[in-house]
Write a protein that binds this ligand. Structure first.
Ligand code: NI
Length: 195
């Protein structure tokens, strides 16, 4: 982000990130039905479940390690994701609840992406270069973030997860199938090693 762009509103999670007493959540690996399912909006009645989920999602993301994790990746079909790009190695956690793209540039940017649900797999993905995302934070306050660069790609990648879209879905069927086959093979090899 350039200096004229407002900084995302970062808030500390309910508990410090990665605190060892927070139980880690297993991250679903593709192909998994939940990863292809659209998540539902979070309502007031979900407040307690969401409050419990957020510190566990942060802990799981930091442990992975990753810079973003969406609720469907831990089996919760709720419109929520957490992000922390750790600028200068300092935590800058963001929680985005019911996020929506308010504006997206026509100009696109290509970045290499990976995903905790497709471990070890990377590909170049083309997305709008600049986005404005509206969301609620964990207090229910309405917020807006303008992002480009790594944060812009990360926010769009995580928002996609809420609609059952993985980064490989932005690629040609040929590339997508190659990556999914390679992932399946990597997992089989790991299982053989561990058995
Ligand atoms: Ni992902």
């Amino acid at each position: 982000m350039d200096a004229s762009t407002p900084k995302p509103q970062a808030r500390a999670p309910a508990r410090p990130p990665g605190k060892p007493d927070v139980e880690l959540l297993p991250i679903l690996i593709a192909p998994h039905k939940t990863l292809k399912t659209r998540a539902r909006p979070i309502a007031k009645a979900d407040a307690e479940a969401v409050r419990a989920l957020i510190p566990r999602m942060f802990a799981s993301m930091y442990a992975a390690p990753g810079i973003g994790l969406a609720a469907p990746q831990v089996g919760a079909l709720l419109r929520l994701f957490v992000v922390d790009l750790m600028p200068d190695n300092k935590p800058q956690p963001m929680v985005l609840i019911n996020p929506e793209i308010a504006a997206a540039s026509k100009e696109t940017a290509i970045r290499e992406e990976g995903c905790l649900s497709l471990p070890g797999q990377y590909a170049e993905v083309e997305r709008p270069a600049h986005v404005v995302i509206r969301y609620e934070d964990e207090t229910g306050a309405r917020r807006q973030v303008e992002a480009e660069g790594l944060l812009g790609a990360c926010l769009q990648h995580e928002l996609d997860h809420l609609d059952g879209i993985l980064f490989v879905d932005h690629l040609s069927a040929l590339k997508r199938n190659m990556i999914l086959r390679r992932l399946a093979k990597d997992i089989r090899q790991k299982e053989t090693k561990n058995s």
